[in-house]
Design a protein around this ligand. Structure first.
Ligand code: C2O
Length: 549
């Protein structure tokens, strides 16, 4: 591989959407941010210079960061923030991955405007395991807020505060024609008849899983989270925050007179009523120039139909269709012999509320979110440094529970008093541990789906189901042959998923719900993976420019 250099200046930039202009945090003045391109095996050096008043960190979402945990980016987990005026060079090599990922800010809610595509092409002379597309097009989903950055951050950091609701969903930063005052802010894709396009879908939205569909066109899914999958056709797909997906779009053989909308709107199951309006982009066929002579106005504009707001049955069925390619060139290395088993409950909960907080939970409590009833407290120094320099005392404890502290019918009525606990707790894993982890959604306050994201690893989704996980029956049905390999999995509302991963990457690895509101409420924890014995199984010391707290 080669070394590729990028310079990311974090600067403010005025941007107008929905007829309102505001100043947002950007990379190099671009919104969405610049695209990073590399080939598998390349090394990336991304020099980040912070020119804004906010602390910043960037995360390369889905990059394995093999023995380069110092470049992973989550604030106070692997690094302290890059403060105003400071510079940090993210330095990592793309190993054993190719496909679509993305980068985003990983501190408070700054990823609302700080995100962009990260495209990994196959090695030189290697080709896709599907026909070479005519063109590749990134399609990023996001959210737009009329409120200024300061207001959004303040709301986000006020524990127990009401969830922020954005004013629009966006495609490539543009809300599209279905919103007021937005017709000109519409992404347009021109198609040549008969050609095949590769859409690189990225869900960078803060708080919503999204349905996506294109009117009168079916899509072929060929890759998820930068792993090739067995191709399958679908009219509609579901993509959670943190997930990416490559789909092939085959243009019709002759140019129709209609234009087609591609559109996305939320799948949501929670008690919070998120705005369910629709973002859209326009797909337009290029006409052969001859027919331009009597050029009638293009019509009509065809809209796709999308599933209902809370269509969990669609969600379960769709995720089940995703299977690893599992061929000789692209094997599915599912861990078979499991060393450690974990059962984590994920969901909302409550915590005691003090006078200066917004107490929106029942009986004067505040709303929290937790894993195994522990609501994670962000430390004020980075866990990775504390771990590496043996200074964990007073920073974190290693007693994160392997099982929930009490058992109940997780998808039924919860017991009357379930107060969460707080702490900065981690699980320590010896190098090369094979882990099986069952994630169970709970109904405390309300059942909700949670897109759980694991840093530092891909995992295999060996099983999923509705209701309570049954440890004596469900494992017999696990798929150990060609399960989906991903970095983000949707724990279904009122159900569970089982994942497996091989802990071959020493460092501290964050795991959290990729709904920003749930992350703020504490739905997060970390795994500490110890060094192996051999030199190439150890985490090297930190780079000299690693920011200090
Ligand atoms: Cu995409 Cu921890 O994040």
């Amino acid at each position: 591989g080669i070394t590729r250099h990028y310079k990311f200046n974090i600067v403010m930039q005025n941007v107008t959407r929905l007829c309102q202009t505001k100043s947002i945090v950007t990379v190099n003045g671009k919104f969405p941010g610049p695209r990073i391109i590399a080939r598998e095996g390349d090394r990336l050096l991304i020099k980040v210079v912070n020119h804004v008043q906010y602390n910043v960190t960037l995360h390369w979402h889905g990059i394995r960061q093999l023995r380069s945990g110092w470049a992973d980016g989550p604030a106070y987990i692997t690094q302290c923030p890059i403060q105003t005026g400071q510079t940090y060079v993210y330095n990592f090599t793309v190993t054993g991955q190719r496909g679509t990922l993305f980068w985003h800010a990983h501190i408070s809610w700054l990823r609302v405007t700080l995100y962009g595509p990260l495209v990994i092409l196959p090695k030189k002379h290697a080709s896709y395991p599907f026909p070479q597309p005519h063109k590749e097009v990134p399609v990023l989903f996001g959210e737009w807020w009329k409120a200024d950055t300061e207001t959004i951050i303040n709301q986000a950091t006020q524990a127990g505060g009401a969830p922020n609701i954005s004013d629009a969903y966006t495609i490539n930063g543009l809300p599209g024609p279905l919103y007021n005052c937005s017709a000109k802010d519409t992404f347009k894709l021109k198609l040549k008849p008969g050609k095949t396009y590769l859409l690189r879908l990225i869900n960078a939205a803060l708080n919503d899983e999204l349905f996506f569909s294109i009117a009168n066109h079916s899509l072929t899914v060929v890759e998820t989270d930068a792993v090739y999958v067995k191709p399958f056709k679908t009219q509609t797909l579901l993509i959670t925050p943190g997930q990416t997906m490559n789909v092939l779009l085959k243009a019709k053989a002759t140019a129709p007179n209609a234009t087609f909308l591609m559109a996305a709107r939320p799948y949501a199951t929670g008690p919070a009523t998120f705005d369910n309006t629709t973002t859209a982009a326009i797909l337009e066929y290029e006409k052969p120039s001859l027919s331009n002579s009597n050029n009638k106005k293009r019509d009509p504009l065809l809209r796709p139909s999308l599933p209902m707001f809370n269509d969990t049955a669609f969600s379960m069925k769709f995720f089940q269709k995703i299977r690893s390619l599992a061929t000789g060139n692209f094997p599915a290395k599912v861990p078979k012999k499991i060393d450690r088993r974990f059962f984590f409950t994920v969901g909302l909960g409550i915590l005691p509320c003090s006078k200066n907080q917004t107490c929106q939970g029942p009986n004067n409590t505040r709303v929290a979110a937790s894993i195994n009833n522990v609501s994670f407290v962000q430390p004020n120094v980075a866990l990775l440094q504390a771990h590496f320099f043996n200074q964990s005392k007073g920073v974190y404890t290693t007693d994160f529970p392997a099982n929930p502290p009490f058992k109940f019918n997780y998808t039924g009525t919860p017991p009357s008093n379930i107060m969460a606990t707080t702490g900065t707790k981690v699980v320590v894993l010896p190098f090369n541990t094979n882990v099986e982890l069952v994630l169970q959604d709970t109904s405390i306050i309300g059942a909700e789906s949670h897109p759980l994201h694991l840093h530092g690893f891909n995992f295999f989704i060996v099983g999923q189901g509705l209701g309570n996980f049954n440890s004596s029956k469900d494992p017999a049905k696990f798929n150990l042959v060609d399960p989906a390999e991903r970095n983000t999995v949707s724990v279904p509302s009122g159900g569970w998923v089982a994942i497996r991963f091989h802990a071959d990457n020493p460092g501290v690895w964050f795991m959290h719900c990729h709904l920003e509101v749930h992350t703020s409420w504490g739905l997060k924890m970390a795994w500490v993976v110890m060094d192996g014995k051999k030199q190439n199984q150890k985490l090297p010391p930190p780079p000299s420019d690693l920011p200090k707290c």
